[in-house]
Design a protein around this ligand. Structure first.
Ligand code: G6P
Length: 479
């Protein structure tokens, strides 16, 4: 059956792994899209994603037309087509362009004296990114029914909307960026033909969605300054190449009931008991992140160290629970970053630990139940990214924190739009300022933390994933 709605993203709702005896196991992912699409499972929606690893590719090749549902897998999100893209193309497109170029551009992560470098090798990666985007455009074009809708997700697929429009002009196409968008000067670090291709790729969509007005404005600025497109900031439209694309802001919140139910399960409760024992008699500063350069974990630890140095009264009275689960470890920058996180945490423990007290409890393994437990025990939640599209940790923590947590939040996270008035905002580069904010959060009366946390929790569930998806679909409705 042709799909009335096609969702396309690099990472799909499920992934596969291989047990020791060779049996293949499917795991379902978490996150906004998965939660939103779960509620579409019984409709004519189809999800197109890439096979990320060898085992995913083997499963996808064995399934008829890559259709996992037709191979008998219950993904929980309805039909899924997984594309077994050539591993070399995948590696160059995903590691080289999506995660090392576009992610770095939008999060402004380069150290410009040495990176970026756009040379011959990089051009090979760019060609792979074009091939990868074309593979998605081909598959969506095959799957979508007449006058159907396609929701293309994120920076991995910047070129796909335009390529899809060339193949299927009858479709209504949206693109959604889960990341920030870079301001024009920074965006223009890209070679000019590539900068244009990325913008024109997204503008192939009828609607381009962002998580924050800031990122939408930056996109409009880039369209105007880099592409010379006609931008209407009141109507929020871009006119280019004879077509108009509307630009919208669709903030994403969390699925409150689903998250609460998961956090009440026995595996989480067992970890809460362990953490309570390890932090007994102390206030807890929690943080939960992917081990991701943009999350700014090292500066967060440095701020905690400065707190202990400048306000010694907190020594022995606070524990920093920092859980950073592995991410993108094919990239050397990420492996080095994990090492830096481990090093700074060890330095803090060396400097301050006593036989009765460890100032930092660091975990760098993947343990979702433990992350939820860190939220439940938090008195203070530290979320200090350099730049972040939204940041759902800032929304999940206050909902689950049992005693109520004060939120120390980077002004550079999209979540600051909604949560800013009810939290302690920090400049992510200002370690002393972050230490001050941690001190203020710890010094608040417990009741004040609880009241603030309840307000944050209300705001966090205001736009659950399904409503977020629906708002994009309404923006896409034919005018
Ligand atoms: C960000 C991106 C997502 C991505 C996720 C995890 O949130 O916006 O598109 O899936 O990071 O990164 P990974 O490379 O592991 O998919």
């Amino acid at each position: 059956m042709p799909a009335g709605l096609v969702i396309a993203s690099n990472r799909g709702p499920v992934s596969f792994s291989e047990g020791e005896s060779g049996q293949v196991r499917m795991s379902r992912g978490a996150g906004g899209l998965v939660a939103a699409l779960g509620s579409f499972a019984a409709t004519d929606a189809l999800w197109v994603c890439a096979a990320l690893r060898d085992v995913d590719r083997r499963v996808a090749r064995a399934a008829p037309g890559g259709r996992l549902d037709q191979a008998g897998y219950d993904t929980g999100t309805g039909p899924v087509r997984m594309l077994p893209i050539d591993p070399l193309v995948m590696r160059r497109a995903y590691n080289g362009i999506a995660n090392t170029t576009l992610w770095f551009i939008h999060h402004m992560l380069y150290s410009t004296p040495s990176t970026p470098v756009f040379d011959l090798a990089w051009r090979r990666e760019w060609a792979a990114y074009q091939t990868y985007n074309a593979a998605f455009a081909d598959s969506i074009a095959e799957e979508a029914g007449p006058n159907g809708r396609a929701l293309v997700q994120d920076y991995h697929l910047s070129l796909a909307p335009r390529l899809l429009r060339q193949r299927r002009p009858d479709l209504l196409i949206a693109h959604f960026s889960h990341t920030p968008w870079a301001p024009p000067d920074y965006f223009s670090l890209l070679p000019s033909d590539v900068a244009r291709e990325v913008l024109e790729g997204v503008l192939g969509a009828d609607h381009a969605g962002f998580l924050s007005p800031r990122w939408a404005r930056a996109f409009l600025d880039c369209a105007e300054h880099v592409l010379g497109a006609a931008v209407d900031r009141t109507a929020m439209t871009v006119r280019h190449d004879g077509r108009t694309t509307s630009v919208g802001v669709h903030p994403l919140g969390i699925d409150g009931p689903g998250l609460r139910a998961r956090a009440a399960q026995a595996d989480v409760t067992a970890r809460v008991s362990d953490l309570r024992e390890q932090t007994e008699g102390c206030l807890v500063i929690s943080r939960v992140d992917r081990t991701e350069l943009s999350k700014n974990i090292v500066r967060g630890l440095a701020a905690y160290r400065e707190l202990l140095r400048t306000r010694p009264q907190w020594q022995g009275r606070v524990v920093h629970v920092a859980f950073a689960y592995p991410s993108r470890h094919d990239l050397p920058e990420y492996r080095e970053y994990t090492a830096a996180v481990l090093r700074v945490a060890a330095e803090i423990n060396d400097e301050f630990a006593t036989p009765q007290w460890s100032p930092v409890l660091l975990g760098v393994e993947d343990d979702y139940a433990r992350s939820l437990a860190a939220y439940r025990v938090a008195d203070v939640l530290l979320v200090n990214p350099i730049r972040d599209g939204m940041n759902l940790v800032a929304k999940e923590g206050p909902l689950l924190s049992e005693r109520g947590c004060a939120l120390v939040l980077s002004s550079e996270a999209g979540a600051a739009d909604e949560l800013g008035p009810h939290c302690l905002l920090v400049n992510p580069f200002d370690i002393s300022g972050t230490a001050d904010a941690l001190h203020e959060a710890l010094s608040m009366p417990a009741q004040q933390r609880l009241t603030g946390s309840r307000r944050l929790a209300e705001l966090s569930v205001a736009m659950p994933p399904r409503a977020w998806l629906d708002s994009q679909l309404s923006a896409l409705a034919p005018h």
